[in-house]
Design a protein around this ligand. Structure first.
Ligand code: ZN
Length: 306
């Protein structure tokens, strides 16, 4: 216990230490980057266009980024802290959250500088991922002499819970359950009865999958169902190698199946080795029971494979 407290105290000593000092943004705030950002985000706010444009506040961190090469003048304190955690077995890292505060809008032409400080290191915490420490850095972003905003970024440095996972994996893990809701309950009800029901708009006759409350073609909320004939073909596919999930045994093929009725659904191709699945391969619907509760539609390859 004393040793742990001592380690915690060593970590705490990094609070307030600098992680970056007076760095300059790679480019001044500029209209092309603002335009690209707005296009990528689908943000059409007129405040971000024209001669009086401001930058979207959420771009704050973008102005501080170093590009693919990264910052070459990395401050030692942050690296040291992470090394210390690595050496103590907290070798994994996950970004947990970010908070921003905005004090003044940024406009094209503003030259950015920023400082970053290790704001806090938490007590030792146990999470689903493992036990470790939350490390929060605070970056103050300036435009000239003015503080324009603050960006807080928190990571969890943790020791992964591999042992626990292995022991729970001994009881055969079950496949994840589908999320059944008001909109798709009829589909899963059909699957339980070994029928694959496709939703069909009664306004315009357009079939759709997955199930939705309204028609994307005409907007009608009225629908009925047609039972799929079970004929289809592989429209596209990927082979999953990594990461491994409990209850799945990689490598395996996940395919987008185009049904004869004209809708597509994601499923597994069975009866064909993962590396023999091909686009255009004819497949036929089957229902596979994975355990006492779970039946899923799968598609059996219909081509002879070597
Ligand atoms: Zn319709």
């Amino acid at each position: 216990m004393a040793a742990r407290d001592e380690f915690g105290a060593r970590l705490k000593a990094y609070e307030g230490r600098s992680a970056a000092v007076a760095r300059a943004g790679r480019d001044p705030v500029n209209a092309p980057m603002i335009r690209h950002w707005c296009e990528a985000m689908g943000d059409t706010n007129p405040a971000y266009e024209g001669p009086d444009a401001i930058a979207p506040p959420t771009m704050l961190q973008a102005w501080t980024m170093a590009g693919l090469r990264g910052h070459t003048d990395r401050a030692h304190a942050y690296e040291e802290l992470l090394d210390l955690l690595d050496e103590a077995g907290y070798t994994s890292v996950v970004a947990t959250d970010c908070e921003q505060e905005y004090l003044r809008p940024l406009r094209p032409g503003d030259e950015i500088t920023f400082d970053s400080v290790i704001e806090s290191v938490s007590e030792k915490k146990t999470t689903k991922l493992g036990t470790g420490y939350f490390v929060t850095t605070r970056m103050d972003v300036r435009a000239g002499p003015d503080l324009a905003g603050t960006h807080r970024f928190r990571i969890l440095k943790y020791a992964p819970v591999r042992q626990a996972r292995r022991s729970s994996a001994r009881q055969t893990p079950s496949r994840p359950r589908p999320v059944v809701n008001r909109d798709n309950a009829g589909f899963w009800e059909g699957v339980r009865r070994h029928t694959l029901l496709i939703q069909r708009c009664t306004g315009c006759g357009t079939p759709r999958h997955p199930w939705l409350p309204g028609c994307n073609a005409c907007g009608s909320p009225d629908w009925d169902t047609v039972e799929a004939s079970g004929e289809g073909a592989v429209y596209s596919y990927v082979v999953m190698h990594h990461p491994p999930f409990p209850a799945f045994d990689p490598p395996y093929a996940v395919a987008l199946i185009e049904l004869a009725e004209g809708v597509r659904m994601i499923s597994n191709v069975v009866g064909v080795p993962y590396d023999k699945v091909r686009i255009g391969m004819p497949v036929r619907l089957e229902f596979q029971a994975y355990d006492d509760e779970l039946v899923l539609p799968v598609f059996r390859g219909r081509e002879e494979v070597a």
